[in-house]
Design a protein around this ligand. Structure first.
Ligand code: ADE
Length: 286
């Protein structure tokens, strides 16, 4: 299969740059990798599954781009260190890092086991932290660079994904802290927050969740899902010099969904705490 990427950005924008994309073997990460390679970057793909990495690297090579890959579980400190050994030995530099890897499963909060909670928080929050820290210590502290982190639409909580929403809120805050701490080294740190995106990540959710997805689409003011390319374009913008004065920021790509969408149906009930009526002289007649 030959993949042609119709980027909105200028050809050669990332010529001479090495950009590392975690979760680059599937979904949004794959799209970002393709777009960056089409714009001249050498893309290093990292993920847990070799097969996916080989596939995407082959697609990029077939399209005339440059890519290499390395198997890495971002939750594991030694594997993250080995990934940076590989990148710096192979490329000698790292200009950009896209912390796209992550994941979660749908569950009511009360049914999330400690193991499940830890897995989601470690992958999303701890994995992103380890990647950022290693990128800074191993290269960007001395040479500058750009980091883009991945959020979800967690601005009003995310019923059904308490673990991931808590972890991503942590990433949003981490993004702000790092933007300030690392500005001195010429490192920018930003994030993107996709809403409902038509992507392979979505297909992995169980059949039972499908009606929820249909309802979510109806609640999005733009009445559709977003595309992988729409997320990729925001990431590419943040990596580009057009965003040279932007750091610590999060860009929502959600069709205004976070401003409007109902994320959770609260059925009729009469279990609200009794109203507190401590002021007998209040201005409302009882
Ligand atoms: N994609 C999803 N989870 C991941 C992990 N722990 N490491 C690397 N890529 C991932």
């Amino acid at each position: 299969m030959t993949v042609t990427y119709h980027s909105i950005f200028r050809p050669g924008l990332f010529d001479g740059q090495t950009i590392l994309v975690t979760g680059g073997g599937t979904g949004i990460g794959r799209a970002v990798a393709h777009e960056l390679a089409a714009l001249g970057a050498h893309v290093v793909l990292a993920a847990r599954t070799l097969e996916n990495l080989e596939q995407v690297a082959a697609e990029i090579h077939a399209a005339g781009g440059a890519a290499s890959h390395f198997v890495c579980n971002i939750r594991e400190e030694e594997q993250v260190a080995a990934l940076f050994d590989f990148v710096l030995a192979e490329r000698g530099a790292l200009h950009g890092l896209v912390n796209n890897a992550g994941g979660q499963f749908v569950s009511p909060a009360e049914m999330i086991s400690l193991k499940g909670w830890r897995a989601v928080v470690e992958t999303n929050l701890t994995g992103t932290f380890l990647m950022c820290r290693e990128a800074f210590n191993r290269h960007m502290s001395a040479h500058g660079g750009v980091i883009v982190n991945m959020l979800i639409e967690m601005w009003r909580g995310f019923p059904g994904m308490a673990h991931s929403a808590a972890a991503r809120a942590g990433i949003e805050n981490l993004t702000k802290t790092l933007a300030v701490e690392w500005a001195r080294a010429g490192v920018r740190v930003n994030a993107v927050a996709p809403g409902l995106i038509s992507s392979s990540g979505l297909e992995r959710y169980p059949e039972a969740v499908r009606p929820m997805i249909e309802q979510n689409i109806r609640d999005i003011p733009m009445k559709r899902m977003g595309t992988e390319a729409e997320v990729s374009a925001a990431i590419v913008f943040l990596l580009s010099p057009a965003a040279a004065f932007i750091s610590g920021e999060s860009i929502k790509i959600d069709g205004a969904g976070s401003l409007w969408r109902k994320t959770w149906e609260v059925g009729e009930h009469n279990h609200a705490p009794a109203a507190y009526d401590g002021f007998s002289e209040d201005s409302v007649e009882s």
